[in-house]
Design a protein around this ligand. Structure first.
Ligand SMILES: Nc1ncnc2c1ncn2[C@@H]1O[C@H](COP(=O)(O)OP(=O)(O)OP(=O)(O)O)[C@@H](O)[C@H]1O
Ligand SMILES: [Mg+2]
Length: 382
């Protein structure tokens, strides 16, 4: 698929922008702070309903404006669809597909797929577990949008269960306060088991692509791997870390057993200590964990390898290419890595690249160039 047209209104530094895009490679060049990343961030937001830079919506709306609008014409197999999202900080966002308003913005998911790589992705390797959980869950949703619903359900149940545990902690009659806990246990176990199962399957499917992508980027044979670090009781966690994928029923039973083991600790701390929200993915290079061991360049290649692997997996699953976005990547890479990355992305249906220095992007990636100056975008061939 590719984006043929992109419109921004009051998004970040743009009062308004209209971009006519083509398939193939497009490069946005401009000095620091001119608004290059803002463009691809808008596209990423339309695809995933979240920004790769901020957790809140307010910074996405141009200072002084009340709402932002992002609109795109997406072409897939010769069919064009108009996607529109209205970002209303503090209020519900609104989405349209073609002329029809959608009940929920979430219904937009799957209409545009992007894989975005940005400097922030170094946090996938060096950052908190929440970064890696987000990578997995976002990819789950990109693969199958229905997982967005499961994620939302899980968060709701988790909130309720935490509230209950918190109340019980200080309640005069703890037993009474915990009376409904078993109900929440079974809800959490059911939705949680499905999520963990989906993540395990995803990691298993991603593995071959990751290994290839890492080696291609780094021109080495480095055995880049992932292993799931679960909050379940030890024996089960060991199984999952070894790459086994039990069925959902076994995982659900695993929750019940772990809840039992953790009961005292959960009540004492007033929070849920088991579940996908406590899990992590260990990234490994050979026998060593990447976090704490990998060099800067290796960490960078690993993060890039994860994104390229995600792209390849989606390409394989969907039978169409997601839009590949490379934000500020080339400046960080040495000449060999630049060349190899250019080779890897040359056959993608649409690649959007941002660069402060145009010369950092290898010549082999000839495409259209836009110059970005102070929130104005202009095609060089205009
Ligand atoms: N909500 C907003 N309202 C107005 N301006 C904003 C808003 N959010 C960000 N900006 C401005 O947008 C600019 C940053 O844009 P962007 O991150 O796209 O730059 P860039 O061209 O990618 O720069 P670099 O090369 O440094 O990555 C900053 O000048 C910032 O002040
Ligand atoms: Mg930028």
């Amino acid at each position: 698929m590719f984006v043929r047209h992109l419109t921004l209104q009051d998004f970040r530094s743009y009062e308004s922008a209209d971009l006519e895009l083509t398939s193939g490679v497009t490069t946005f060049v401009g000095l620091n702070g001119q608004g290059k990343t803002n463009i691809v961030e808008a596209l990423g937001y339309l695809a995933s309903l979240s920004s790769h830079r901020v957790a809140q919506d307010a910074p996405l709306v141009r200072a002084g404006a009340g709402q932002a609008i992002v609109r795109a014409a997406v072409l897939r197999d010769g069919r064009e669809q108009q996607l529109e999202l209205e970002i209303n900080p503090g209020r519900a966002n609104r989405a349209r597909l073609g002329r029809s308003p959608l009940t929920r913005p979430r219904d937009l998911l799957g209409k545009l797929r992007t894989v975005l790589f940005a400097p922030e992705d170094l946090a996938l390797v060096k950052g908190d577990p929440s970064e890696r959980r987000r990578f997995l869950d976002d990819l789950l949703v990109a693969r199958q949008p229905r997982w967005a619903g499961a994620r939302a359900d899980y968060d709701k149940i988790l909130k309720q269960r935490n509230a209950l545990l918190k109340t019980a902690r200080t309640a005069a009659d703890r037993q009474a306060a915990l009376a409904t806990l078993p109900v929440w246990d079974s809800h959490l176990a059911k939705v949680g088991a499905n999520l963990v199962y989906a993540r395990l399957r995803l990691l298993r499917d991603l593995q071959p692509y990751l290994q290839l992508a890492y080696d291609e980027v780094s021109a080495g044979q480095s055995d880049a791997r992932t292993s799931y670090k679960s909050s379940m009781y030890d024996e089960l966690a060991d199984q999952l870390a070894a790459g086994e994928v039990p069925d959902v029923g076994e995982l659900e039973a695993g929750f019940a057993k772990t809840f039992e083991q953790q009961h005292r600790a959960e009540v004492e701390r007033g929070q849920t200590l088991v579940g996908p929200h406590r899990d992590d993915v260990v990234l490994q290079l050979g026998s060593l964990p990447a976090k704490g061991y990998a060099s800067h360049g290796e960490s960078w290649s690993f993060a890039l390898g994860l994104r390229i692997a995600a792209f390849q997996l989606l390409r394989h699953d969907l039978g169409t290419d997601p839009v590949l976005v490379l934000d500020d990547v080339f400046a960080e890479l040495d000449a060999g890595r630049r060349r190899r990355l250019a080779l890897m992305v040359a056959d993608c249906e649409q690649v959007l690249i941002t660069a402060a220095v145009g010369d950092d992007v290898p010549d082999s990636l000839t495409g259209r160039t836009f110059t970005v100056t102070l929130g104005q975008v202009k095609a060089d061939d205009d």
